[in-house]
Ligand binder design. Structure first.
Ligand code: BJW
Length: 243
């Protein structure tokens, strides 16, 4: 299976990759669903919706602070590094991530689209201006913008639209790629979950890397069952070997 997938990757001129929380699991970042997932411990409606922030902005901010502390202690793993290496050898390439942890960038990925934002940025709730996370004294959370309005994490909550530019770039890559790699996502959250199906519909080869089956596993061309941090480096090595 790895050899077959490596051959397909080598033959493809244009590659798009969609990653989810599973790609950062081996770095120690919690996933959302499944054992140990954030949504097993917390209710998404209480923490990751615009309504939750309107009701209790301090609670939501504290939850993101707690997650920032966890993420700050995490480093990119071999899966992040393998994807950065793939970018450097592919003619056309786009890495589309649902993750907000910045680990792909830390691993060196540059042709990167963040569909659900970035936990290290904030956005003004009135002006929508985006800036780096400020250093905030505990007594003053959530912090405020210069205009006086509350700042919020620059992430996409349930019921919110994705950043238009990011979604357009992702959709264009899905429509035009020859190979679409889906790594570490449950493919349950829209519209990201539709991207591999769009690629498949346009004739791309779709390869999935996940330890567990997902709703799209039966539709993909090659399903590689296992951890991204083990499978992706092996795939890259096999790609080099298949020259
Ligand atoms: C490993 C591994 C290892 C483990 N190696 N793998 C159409 C139909 C139905 C519903 C909707 C629809 N369109 C929109 C909706 C509503 C909603 C939605 O999709 N709901 C579904 C849950 C039903 N979507 C939205 O609201 C989106 N907005 C939108 O579409 O706007 C227009 C609109 C609005 C309303 C109605 C209609 C249209 C916005 C979605 C925003 C998602 N936000 C979050 C939080 C981000 C900020 C934060 O982090 O706090 O994004 S939720 C959470 O889920 C996070 C993730 O990016 C996202 C996806 O999760 P992911 O990455 O797949 O993680 P897991 O945990 O689910 O899976 C991990 C996988 O890894 C598993 O498969 C493991 O097996 C695997 N794994 N270890 C490889 N070592």
């Amino acid at each position: 299976m790895i050899t077959e997938a490596a051959k397909r990757i080598r033959e493809a001129r244009a590659i798009a990759v969609l990653t989810g929380a599973g790609v950062s699991a081996e770095s120690g970042v919690p996933t959302f669903r499944g054992e140990g997932g954030l949504w097993r411990q917390f209710r998404a409606e209480d923490l990751a919706t615009p309504g939750a922030f309107a009701r209790d902005p301090r609670l939501v901010w504290e939850w993101y602070d707690w997650r920032r502390q966890k993420i700050a202690a995490c480093r990119p793993n071999p899966a992040h590094h393998a994807l950065a290496a793939l970018e450097s050898v592919a003619a056309e390439f786009l890495l589309i991530t649902q993750n907000i942890d910045d680990l792909h960038r830390k691993a060196g990925s540059r042709r990167l689209v963040e569909l659900h934002g970035n936990i290290w940025r904030v956005r003004c709730t009135r002006e929508a201006t985006v800036s780096a996370l400020p250093d905030v004294p505990l007594a003053e959370i959530p912090p405020r913008c210069g205009c006086g309005a509350l700042l919020r994490p620059d992430v996409v909550w349930f019921g919110e639209s994705l950043p238009v530019d990011a979604l357009e770039r992702a959709m264009q890559a899905a429509e035009t790629c020859e190979l679409f790699l889906v790594v570490g996502t449950s493919t349950l959250v829209q519209p990201a979950a539709s991207l591999p199906l769009v690629a498949k519909g346009r004739g791309a080869v779709v390869i999935e890397v996940n330890p567990d089956p997902t709703p799209i596993s039966h539709l993909v061309d090659v399903s590689l069952q296992g951890k991204a941090g083990e499978i992706l480096p092996a795939l890259l090595a096999a790609r080099r070997g298949s020259a």
